[in-house]
Ligand binder design. Structure first.
Ligand code: ZN
Length: 236
């Protein structure tokens, strides 16, 4: 499709897009800086769960363009964050809040994987920071970690209503394909609503600024109903 490509290039005034390899390198560099700041949680139980869920979700994630790398962050807020290229952090506080329930954690992992596979993460960075700045980070020229800091700051914000609802929906698909109970998503959203009401400071921005919990639960139920998926937390 050379003609289409040429038309596209001629009509595109935006920043040059990162290549696949550059995207992966970017996520690794920014993730390393992020991890150095917060610390990585080496708790065996949490890491075993993260690896088990990560392996299964990664096998279910389509298209399989990314080598997902799930890690546990030593931080007690209830959060998860995805960097471009497949580096995903599940916070220690998330495990506690969801009582180590693997069906529930799997949906969150699926949601974050969707931000990677649908390239929400990398596109936001390209739009916000531009190619020239990002490529410095890719090539290790980010002295002082300033660019990595900007990247992490952006990754901790939500992606806007459409992308978040899309990630919710694809998270259900991944969780189901990986053999988890997709209805557990409803338990997660209930839990977030509870935390938001009682101790909002423990719930990171990522989840607070997602579309409202009622909107999300309704959207999740619609998918479950359409697909005829039932489980512990929902029967159509
Ligand atoms: Zn999200």
């Amino acid at each position: 499709m050379l003609a289409a490509v040429m038309l596209n290039t001629a009509g595109c005034k935006g920043p040059r897009l990162l290549s696949h390899d550059e995207e992966i390198r970017l996520g690794q560099q920014a993730g390393d800086e992020f991890e150095a700041e917060y610390g990585r949680d080496r708790d065996q139980r949490r890491n075993t769960i993260a690896n088990r869920i990560g392996t299964r979700i990664a096998a279910a994630a389509q298209p399989p363009a990314y080598a997902y790398d799930f890690r546990v962050l030593a931080d007690d807020t209830v959060n998860a964050v995805a960097f471009p290229g497949g580096r995903i952090y599940l916070y220690r506080g998330l495990f506690e809040a969801l009582s180590y329930d693997e069906d529930q954690l799997a949906w969150v992992a699926g949601h974050e994987s969707a931000h990677v596979s649908r390239q929400h993460a990398v596109r936001r960075l390209e739009r916000s920071l531009g190619y020239e700045l990002l490529i410095q980070l890719v090539f290790g020229k980010d002295t002082g970690g300033q660019i990595a800091g900007l990247v992490a700051g952006l990754m901790l914000q939500d992606y806007g209503r459409d992308n978040e609802l899309e990630a919710d929906r694809i998270g259900l698909e991944y969780a189901k394909a990986a053999g988890y109970d997709p209805t557990a998503a409803l338990a997660v959203l209930d839990k977030f609503a509870q935390i938001q009401g009682k101790e909002p400071s423990n719930l990171e921005l990522l989840f607070m600024s997602h579309p409202g919990n009622t909107t999300r639960s309704d959207a999740v139920k619609n998918v479950l109903r359409e697909r005829g998926w039932s489980g512990k937390y929902y029967r159509p």
